[in-house]
Design a protein around this ligand. Structure first.
Ligand code: SF4
Length: 474
């Protein structure tokens, strides 16, 4: 059996696909290695959402191809969204690639890694793929935290987005399947679950469920060993009163909403085929804050969309100043062939788009700095993640206001009581703040104790190969 290495690019939804592929391989006895030089098969699970992501995918494929010359690698497998968009081009133009796996062909990974000349999967694959509670998964996240994908695909018509073409129509996992998987993860030592899907707020609609996500959150909130459950990627007009109530009333659900709004000018939103207006968004945010005063709000915007005028951009700036988000990302519009917006007139010059991105981020930096300063002196539960990335002299953690990987962190420079272990939930008092991060003193008080003994995956090491240069995308 060959040793296999995996590079997972792109968003957490893609990471779950990588973990499913690793699970299938591990179940069949293949050894997984984080070292590219010793992997006999290297899989690159790609992202192709926007131009920089495509470029990163191609660079990583070429970087990993070098191990066929100078390492142990005999086979290079490319999986994921880039395959969905450019299957033929990859086969024709990157001869080092031995096998491609689309997003609906994850189970073909075993044949791709073990057979000498595996038969190519049928085209197009017969069934859209969606994993379930019995699908093996090898977690690549730290042992205390896991993503949980509850749905795949998207039915929204957003004009800039090619995800529906890559991931297919929206489809939900069965309610019981999601709960069983969360229980299994908790049994293995996972204490924080982050729910993902292209649009988590539509969960269950295709199954005939009403208020599927609120019901799911309430049920997940009953799993004893989980401390936090959060969900990402809300579609704004699907944030219902029932969802807000479920977040407010379920103690284990993080008081956190991630609502990518994309823009605030009615004209641009119309061209984006998302509808709504900045004023309606403000009403929604007010409603959430009225129900959950301590809530943290995250959003993301696209600047440089075709036809975005200075007036539209000013409307976006005014909106951001009024909305006062806790976390905000700004992406440059990427003109993707096959997207509905590809042929729209009035493109925005790249320099103008970059200037708008900088201006918006500078505004948010001021808002973030001020909001974080208001937290000094407050005591709040913190998930300790381990030594800080920059220095072993500090610990690093997150509050429920910070999702993994995207929202900054809490640096711990003072500890009361025993030294913490990664995955511990303790109280901490905020002592200093920066632009996006906080500094805290860890208290001896424990926030959430573990009820169950930890299982075999509790020691879960990072199994991913880390490529030389990566960027982050949503
Ligand atoms: S909701 Fe998100 S994934 Fe779906 S089409 Fe819009 S941007 Fe794309």
């Amino acid at each position: 059996m060959p040793k296999v290495g995996m590079v997972s690019l792109g968003c957490p939804k893609n990471l779950v696909d990588s973990e499913v592929m690793l699970g299938i391989l591990a179940q069949h006895g293949l050894e997984i290695t984080p070292r590219p030089d010793e992997a006999e098969v290297i899989i690159v699970n790609t992202c192709a959402f926007i131009e920089p992501a495509k470029q990163e995918s191609i660079n990583t494929i070429l970087e990993m191809a070098q191990y066929k010359k100078f390492g142990a690698a005999r086979k290079l497998v490319v999986a994921g969204c880039l395959v969905e968009r450019y299957r033929r081009e990859i086969r024709e133009q990157i001869p080092e690639v031995d096998y491609v796996i689309g997003t609906n062909e994850l189970e073909g990974v075993l044949a791709a890694c073990t057979e000498n000349s595996p038969a190519p999967p049928p085209e197009p694959p017969a069934e859209p793929y969606l994993y379930h509670e019995f699908t093996p998964r090898v977690l690549s996240t730290p042992a205390y935290s896991a993503y949980l994908k509850i749905a795949e695909g998207c039915d929204h018509p957003c004009s800039f987005c090619v995800i529906p073409q890559m991931r297919g129509a929206f489809r939900s996992r069965r309610f019981a399947s999601v709960i069983r998987e969360a229980e299994n993860l908790a049994r293995q030592g996972v204490r924080e679950i982050t729910i993902v899907g292209q649009d988590t707020t539509s969960y269950g609609e295709d199954l005939g469920l009403r208020d599927g996500l609120p019901a799911l959150l309430r049920e997940l909130g009953k799993i004893p060993d989980l401390a936090w459950v959060r969900f990402l990627y809300c579609y704004p007009n699907r944030v219902t009163d029932a969802l807000i109530a479920a977040v407010a009333e379920t103690p284990k659900v993080a008081k956190y909403f991630d609502i990518p709004l994309q823009h605030a000018s009615a004209g641009v939103l119309k061209l984006m085929k998302r509808g709504s207006t900045g004023r309606q968004f403000l009403r929604l945010l007010d409603k959430i804050r009225a129900a959950i005063p301590e809530v943290a709000l995250r959003t993301s915007f696209i600047v440089g969309f075709p036809g975005e005028t200075e007036e539209d951009f000013k409307a976006l700036l005014d909106f951001v100043a009024a909305a006062e988000f806790d976390h905000l990302g700004v992406f440059l519009y990427s003109n993707e062939e096959n997207s509905r917006s590809f042929k729209l007139p009035n493109p925005v010059a790249a320099g103008t788009a970059r200037r708008r991105q900088k201006q918006l981020m500078a505004l948010q930096q001021r808002i973030s700095r001020r909001k974080l300063r208001e937290m000094v002196g407050k005591s709040l539960p913190v998930l300790v993640e381990g030594p800080a990335e920059e220095t072993d002299l500090l610990y690093q953690g997150r509050s429920e206001r910070q999702a993994p990987g995207i929202d900054g962190c809490i640096l711990i420079n003072d500890i009361e009581g025993p030294a913490p272990q990664p995955g511990d939930f303790r109280w901490a008092t905020i002592t200093q703040t920066g632009d996006y991060d906080l500094v805290a003193r860890l208290e001896a008080r424990v926030f959430a104790r573990r009820q169950l003994p930890t299982g075999p995956l509790a020691a879960g090491a990072l199994v991913q190969i880390q490529p030389a240069a990566t960027i982050s995308t949503t």
